[in-house]
Design a protein around this ligand. Sequence first.
Ligand code: DWN
Length: 391
Amino acid sequence: MPLANAFLRPEELGQESFFDLAAAFCLDCGMVQLLEQPACEKMFHAEYPFFTGSSQFMKNHFEKQALKILAKYPPSSDPFIVEIGSNDGTFLSHFTRHGVRHAGFEPAGGPAEIARAQGVQTVPSFFDAGSASDLAGQDGRADVIFAANVMCHMPNLHSVFEGVSRLLKPAGVFIFEDPYLGDVLSGTAYDQIYDEHVFLFSVRAVMGLARRHGMEVSDLEPVPVHGGSMRFTVNFKGSKPVSPRVDEALAVETQRGLDKAETFHQFRRRVEESRDALKNLLEDLKKKGKRVMGYAATSKSTTVLNYCGITPGLLESICDTTPAKQGKLSPGAHIPVVPYEDFKKNNPDYALLFAWNHRQEIFAKEAEFSRGGGQWILFVPEVQILGAGQS
Ligand code: DWN
């Protein structure tokens, strides 16, 4: 499998690097993780092309979360808020606006530059025990440490937890959200498995991890983003009451078999069926002379295209709003990525929705496509075609 975000210029063909993408489940600790992950510097660098602000829905989501924190920690109490993986500053910009002390760790140059331009204090480093200690020594300890769609990207989770315990005030909270294993399994969302997602978290696995660092999960909140995520609140053991939601979620995981190998064997079988159904559908549409375009060159699309063997003959292009991806080829499958405006210009018969996690936002934006007879192809939770009136 190529790196999910290694979109390449046509002249770079033949220079891609590949790795063996394989996810495994640990029967002891309940963690699902990649067996091999490329070096972080290869993935998150100056040209990293993902910007949190590319979705209005996500911008609203992070504003809500920032306002929640501001209500609990008003600017008058001089709180210190830290974000791990602050990307383009979508979340921290709300603290800048309110004059609240903050710092974001962001090693990816492009997004970090946008954050700085909005006045977001950005540390250009990966977060770990060392960089966390440095920040604590310089600016003091944090009231809140926040991370969204980042913890599942960090192979050195123990060093990250060690960093959190060095940087967090004794009564502080560490809040993080990531795609939830239970939702990935129930949605057969195999495209959440790619180089950057080294872990898929269950409640059981995170509880065990926190325990090893003198911390505990005190609360949980399912959040309806990225196809189903879980927001974990973690703090030093005994510093906060533990919500009954934690034990309830654990019981549900056991009931759903998230601790059993057979559950993952069944998932694999569903993934194989989904792969075959999608490939067959695209081949069938090609035979009928239909034109199919991809919608959104997501990281997830790299897994789908390469795993299903989707070639430029089956999918003519993928439109995307990110200038850094446009004019390039998708990693491994080499489907041309074109500007978003080409979607309207090209008017395909079908659009294969790679950003299915933003379905609501995209369907609202593209009502005209459906009204004009365009049809959407979805593959999560199952391969299906949505015609007019269904999107
Ligand atoms: O975990 C991660 C998540 C949070 O973001 C990262 N590893 C990388 C990234 O994953 P992704 O690329 O699968 O994210 P999204 O948010 O599902 O897709 C973003 C892409 O979709 C961007 O290239 C922009 C594009 N897009 C678009 O072209 N039109 C997105 C929307 C909402 C649109 O309307």
